[in-house]
Design a protein. Structure first.
Length: 507
């Protein structure tokens, strides 16, 4: 493909417009290359490189178009915003992807879009681009696309058989926030494709691997931290809307015929023969994204919403995007201090605790303290609030207990479990296993011994965790105990040339 000036102009506009859409950092999909096709997908991840402004470009990350019929107050591409507009054709997207892949610039494609004309037209354009890549160009690499809320379920199904991952952005954590900042969107239209993808993945596993159809989660389950329960499988915390039409029909009928009528029949011959003999429906799962700081939601609401999404929609990831005020709409917060990046970071840490460390949302954050501690990561904060749980003896603690220790990760906990079967452990061994001792040493014993004199006192531990001069003993770090001394070490009270009193290295 000849990269013309027009294509470069579109690429500049539409790649920049996509920078606020968060893409996954690993593929989550494993697929070997086959004869006659190009590329593969490795579950461990994609190679990464970064543009000058810090954006990851391991994927060709673009919008199909930044034209949009919606006027969401927080969106750079809103209908009323005066920005340069451009649109790719499906052929241009396919040819760009292949050209960049052949040059070893990218490992896959992330394709999102504004809503041009209507959701069906936009979803059809996305499907055509993906179909060209898979069928005409035989591209076997990773592809992540957006499922457009409000689009025909058949278009979403056809696309789902050809891609690795799909996502539908929740946008804002609560329905009230969505109504105030994006009145043309509704929670129902966003959740409908998410439920369809969840059901499609389950049916795909049934078709390809056999077995019975699992029951959908969410019925008659309580909302953590609220004490409330509900029977609406698509209801989320803080919502009172009725069941979604698709799921309501499936559950009320209780028959496979109702499922087939409610959603288009899963046609395994459609893409399994066209694309890949082992293809399955959205094999890498689905994700969503929430904007942090555009409306008045607390971290408590966001964390509990994320937990509900993981539980009820089998999501692989919830992404959090610190709000950047690009439209200067008076309904939006001023953001004089810039995007709430630290808040975003703490939410990701809380998210990891739920996904990998067996924490529940109600353990991480409470309604009485609805915002995460910005000074401490959520795990350390939990530990300080539960000092009666500590110290933990690493020689005998079970895996679940080890995961609760600040400074102990999933890998290091597994290494401890494996190593102690062969003999006793010491602090030097823990360090080699990857335990972050500068945090863990206040919460553990090893063979009945502490690494430093311990006081199970919140003020003492907090002071040391936040201390900038904190050092591990040389016996643990393996560092040379001998080092060159400076003049200030010998004379800590010496006066400097500027006339101020010098401070010793360990002062």
């Amino acid at each position: 493909m000849e990269l013309t000036a027009d294509i470069f102009s579109k690429l500049e506009i539409l790649s920049d417009a996509a920078k606020y859409d968060v893409a996954c950092t690993s593929s989550g999909s494993s697929r070997k290359g086959v004869k006659g096709s190009m590329g593969n997908a490795v579950a461990a991840g994609l190679c990464h490189c970064f543009s000058a402004d810090g954006r990851c470009i391991s994927l060709l990350k673009i919008l199909l178009t930044n034209e949009c019929v919606y006027d969401c107050k927080y969106c750079l591409n809103r209908l009323s915003n005066d920005v340069p507009r451009a649109s790719f054709t499906p052929e241009e997207v396919a040819e760009l992807t292949i050209s960049f892949y052949r040059r070893n610039y990218i490992e896959g494609l992330f394709l999102s879009s504004g809503i041009r004309k209507n959701p069906d037209f936009t979803m059809e354009q996305i499907y055509q681009a993906v179909h060209l890549l898979r069928v005409q160009y035989r591209f076997n690499g990773y592809i992540h696309v957006k499922a457009i809320p409000g689009a025909d379920p058949l278009l979403i199904e056809k696309t789902g058989w050809l891609v690795d991952r799909m996502s539908a952005n929740l946008e804002l954590p609560t329905a009230d926030g969505l109504r105030s900042l994006a009145p043309q969107k509704s929670r129902k239209t966003i959740l409908t494709p998410m439920r369809q993808i969840q059901m499609g993945r389950r049916e795909s596993r049934l078709l390809l691997g056999g077995g019975s159809m699992p029951e959908l989660p969410g019925a008659n389950q309580s909302v953590p931290g609220t004490g409330k329960s509900f029977s609406q499988p698509n209801a989320l915390p803080g919502e009172t809307s009725g069941k979604l039409g698709v799921e309501q029909k499936v559950r009320s009928e209780g028959k496979s015929s109702a499922r087939q009528e409610a959603l288009p029949a899963v046609n395994q011959n459609f893409a399994l023969q066209e694309f890949h003999p082992d293809a399955s429906f959205v094999p890498a799962g689905q994700s969503t994204q929430m904007i942090v700081g555009a409306s008045g939601e607390s971290d408590y609401e966001i964390v509990h919403m994320a937990e509900a999404m993981y539980r009820k929609f089998d999501l692989k990831r919830v992404f959090y995007s610190a709000f950047v005020n690009t439209t200067k709409d008076p309904a939006l917060p001023e953001g004089r201090e810039g995007p709430p990046l630290l808040r975003e970071h703490r939410l990701y840490q809380a998210d990891f605790l739920m996904r990998f460390y067996q924490f529940r949302a109600e353990e991480i954050i409470s309604a009485e303290n609805p915002f995460l501690n910005v000074h401490l990561d959520p795990k350390c904060n939990w530990a300080l609030n539960h000092l009666g749980f500590f110290p933990v003896e690493v020689q005998t603690a079970d895996y679940h207990t080890l995961l609760r220790i600040p400074g102990v990760g999933v890998k290091s906990a597994k290494r401890i479990m494996a190593a102690r079967r062969l003999g006793s452990l010491d602090y030097q061994a823990l360090k080699k296993f990857g335990v972050v001792l500068k945090r863990a040493m206040y919460f553990i014993t090893c063979g009945g011994k502490t690494m430093v004199p311990l006081r199970m006192n919140e003020g003492f531990i907090l002071t040391n965790l936040l201390g900038l001069r904190e050092r591990l003993p040389a016996s643990v770090t393996g560092e040379n105990r001998f080092e060159q001394m400076s003049l200030l070490d010998l004379y800590p009270g010496a006066v400097t040339t500027s006339g101020t009193q010098g401070v010793g290295r360990y002062g």
